[in-house]
Ligand binder design. Structure first.
Ligand code: NAP
Length: 264
């Protein structure tokens, strides 16, 4: 399917691996030029090389921590230059906070989680919106978490930070829709990435089960009997950046294999 975005430019944050990489790959397949980011330069370069080889698109890398002002400014600057004006698409993503108990976290932990999973995406949204509004076209997808719908007790830092971003997006998306700017959230349930492997390792330590047992149990608990893939997730993200989502405003799209059972 032609998504109608060939030749457009996207920033994909935290995209050397996992869901960010899956989203970058799918956008490139739709003909979108990319500005990619992650802290580890080696994996970032390898991802950029692989995408360039597979798709005939331009790919620029901005190595560094997306939660810092300097990297955010660099991402927007590089993307505007690549677009020859204002960047068209922003995919917000960052690493998730660590699991734990409510009693584990002090102010510094809260500030780090809020910065990574709420204030950083909000800062990037604020930086790209004026250009998108002016040219009357923009797409923003925030990768959040299924925990927005159904909070996960051991992920209190994540639950809280993402709830804050979700509230911001609900209001702001409705303020900018009249200018052709479409902003939504994409909520992953369990997908086969390093993040899920790390959470499985942590659960294995706490329960004495092997990592494989934890992973198998997670898949068995889903209606699909299998966890998701970054590739499928990326295709959904690319569709949410397409020209055809003009009427989807401020939604929270859940990709969780049917784990959350609700009619709303
Ligand atoms: P992942 O496989 O661990 O990949 C994370 C990517 O983000 C890597 O490219 C990593 O590269 C980059 N990254 C992390 N922190 C960064 C930072 N501060 N600045 C720049 N890049 C950064 O994670 P994932 O599974 O794709 O998860 C992506 C997001 O979705 C996370 O917020 C996660 O909590 C959330 N989520 C995932 C799942 C799931 O099933 N996978 C479920 C619910 C929610 P570097 O480490 O080199 O920077």
């Amino acid at each position: 399917m032609d998504l109608g975005i060939r030749g457009k430019t996207a920033i994909v944050c935290a995209s050397s691996k996992g869901l960010g990489r899956g989203s970058a790959q799918a956008l490139a397949e739709a003909g979108v030029n990319l500005v990619l980011n992650a802290r580890g330069e080696e994996a970032l370069t390898a991802t950029a090389d692989a995408i360039r080889a597979a798709c005939q698109v331009q790919v620029v890398t901005v190595p560094g921590d997306v939660t810092t002002d300097a990297i955010q400014a660099e991402l927007v600057g590089q993307a505007n230059e690549m677009a020859g004006g204002a960047v068209d698409i922003l995919v917000n993503n960052a690493g998730g906070p660590p699991p734990g108990m409510w009693s584990d976290w002090d102010r510094a932990d809260w500030e780090k989680a809020l910065n990574g999973n709420m204030l950083t995406p909000i800062a990037l949204i604020k930086a790209v919106l004026p250009g998108m509004i002016e040219k009357k076209w923009g797409r923003i997808v925030n990768i959040t978490s299924g925990s927005v719908r159904s909070p996960i007790p051991i992920l209190g830092l994540s639950n809280a930070a993402r709830a804050g971003l979700t509230g911001y997006v609900a209001g702001t998306s409705r303020q900018v829709a009249q200018y052709g700017v479409v902003m939504n959230n994409l909520l992953p349930g369990a997908h086969d990435t390093d993040r899920i492997a790390a959470l499985a390792a942590s659960e294995s330590k706490a329960t004495g089960k092997s990592v494989d047992e934890v992973k198998a149990g997670r898949a068995e608990a889903l209606p699909t009997k299998a966890i998701g893939t970054p590739e499928d997730f990326g295709q959904t993200c690319a569709f949410m950046c397409s020209d055809y989502v003009k009427f989807m405003i401020g939604q929270n799209i859940l990709l969780d294999g049917g784990a959350f059972n609700s009619t709303t």
